[in-house]
Design a protein around this ligand. Structure first.
Ligand code: 2M8
Length: 455
């Protein structure tokens, strides 16, 4: 392993290999999240994919986003999966039939698209801004003006999406997004949800088969049967109430204020503000977005735990903070922490032995859960492994905080990880072993963005 690392040199060839992964996963205008394990279009995966595509083909990058947003619900919700009608049978467990609502909602996309009823973190405006900036760098080129026109047409849809999150998902006006399912967090079976999930009583479930286990080497890398039962039961409850937000608020057993989702929304609102300015949006849009940013930061401040120096999610049903040390705890760093003392605490924590500074790590990259957390598991899904897209989010946040040296080190370590392990879905933090799916699109996409920084 060490020998391989020494021969990496300047990462030559990696850009071409990453572009090739996205080309192979291209389904003619949209990108599957992974070749076998994830044969559909996933919401936040597509946003990261567009960030990478912006480095090779800005029109294709804009189309990735346009395709996803064409499945937007009338409420503004961007569904977490847009189904591929041509996906091989028995490839992904939950097909459109599992999501079909008891009563068809008035706000489903028109014309009807087959989608899930959940959503995922709102990285999309960040991706749209990356496309806009890439177009700007190309100047008066025809594809640059076409890409700008596409992003401009996307802007009102992005605004509607954020408005949905700030209203339907935050009826309290707290600045924090409520999620209805751990899948909405994107960090599926992170231990931060264990306590809230434990309180969910699973009812009668139809028998189901775990198709995902065909595509990963060990079942320990994926959620357990008990976790899956809970995941499916929560989907069933949401389907039964036809995704009616007020009814979900009233009766759903899993309601969590998610600090990571909320922080990503703040960062996305900052990107949306830049886009509003660049596209000449009305003044009142800008005032609204600025207010959303302040509200989001205020909400995160309320979740700060000074003892741990981290931000914790809040279980609305139990009315308790979920005190588990995961990367979500660094949410204020992603949202842009204005207080220098708190920023310092966050930076020290992120690079401390509890996270990326742990001496036993193969590379100094933040593991999804702190190795010092009792529920840490180095191979299990979101319970310890390193996710390159999360490293990318931290890298971007460090750059925005002016932490250039830390950002450069994180980028370098990530590229070394990918040079040795390929474009895997996630990585064992101590050995660097690639885990989950091979050729995961969003991993290749963030590699493209990192590598293009050198150009
Ligand atoms: C994982 O989630 C899906 C469910 O949405 C799954 O495990 O089947 C997560 O890592 C999620 O964040 C990601 O968007 C998705 C596709 O890469 O896979």
């Amino acid at each position: 392993m060490q020998g391989a690392l020494e021969s990496i040199g300047d990462f030559s060839g990696m850009f071409g290999r990453a572009a090739e992964v996205l080309r192979r996963n291209d389904m003619n205008g949209w990108t599957r999240a992974a070749p076998n394990l994830y044969p559909h279009q996933w919401s936040w995966d597509s946003a990261f994919i567009a960030v990478g595509l912006a480095r090779i083909d800005i029109i294709r990058a804009a189309r990735e986003m346009m395709g996803l947003f064409s499945a937007q619900w009338a409420t503004g919700k961007i569904p977490h999966i847009v189904f591929n009608p041509a996906a091989p049978p028995r490839s992904y467990l939950l097909g459109p039939e599992h999501w079909a609502p008891a009563t068809p909602p008035e706000d489903a996309p028109d014309p009807p698209r087959q989608t899930s009823g959940l959503c995922q973190p709102a990285v999309h405006a960040i991706a749209a801004l990356c496309i806009w900036k890439a177009a700007d760098e190309m100047g008066m080129d025809v594809s640059a003006s076409n890409a700008r026109a596409l992003v401009k047409s996307l802007y009102p849809r992005l605004l509607l999406w954020h408005r949905y999150l700030l209203t339907e998902r935050d009826p309290e006006g707290s600045g924090l997004v409520t999620i209805y399912h751990p899948w909405e967090s994107g960090t599926d079976n992170s231990p931060r949800f264990d306590a809230a999930l434990a309180a969910v009583v699973v009812g009668e479930l139809a028998p189901y088969e775990r198709y995902d286990l065909q595509f990963v080497d060990e079942s320990s890398e994926r959620p357990t049967k008990e976790e899956y039962d809970r995941f499916l039961w929560l989907v069933e409850l949401l389907r039964r109430v036809s995704y009616e937000e007020a009814e979900i608020e009233r009766s759903h057993p899993f309601l969590v204020k998610d600090v990571l989702f909320s922080a990503i929304l703040v960062a996305a609102n900052e990107a949306l503000l830049e886009l509003a300015e660049a596209t000449g949006a009305p003044d009142e849009d800008r005032a609204t977005i600025e207010a959303w940013i302040s509200r989001g930061r205020r909400g995160l401040r309320g979740c700060w735990d000074p003892e741990f120096g981290l931000c914790f999610d809040h279980d609305l049903r139990a009315d308790e903070p979920l005190r588990v040390r995961t990367i979500a705890g660094f949410a204020p760093l992603i949202a842009g922490e204005p207080d220098p003392a708190r920023l310092d605490t966050l930076l020290k924590g992120l690079f401390s032995p509890e996270f990326a500074g742990n001496a036993a790590l193969r590379w100094p990259l933040p593991p999804s859960t702190s190795p010092e957390e009792p529920r840490f598991h180095p191979r299990a899904y979101w319970r310890g492994p390193v996710w390159p897209v999360m490293s990318w989010l931290f890298w971007r946040s460090l750059m925005r905080a002016g932490e250039k040296e830390r950002a450069a080190n994180l980028r370098r370590a990530s590229l070394e990880q990918l040079a040795v392990g390929g474009f895997a879905e996630y990585f064992e933090p101590f050995t660097g072993e690639p885990l989950g799916s091979d050729d995961q699109s969003w991993t290749a996409a963030v590699a493209l963005d990192w590598l293009a920084e050198d150009a």
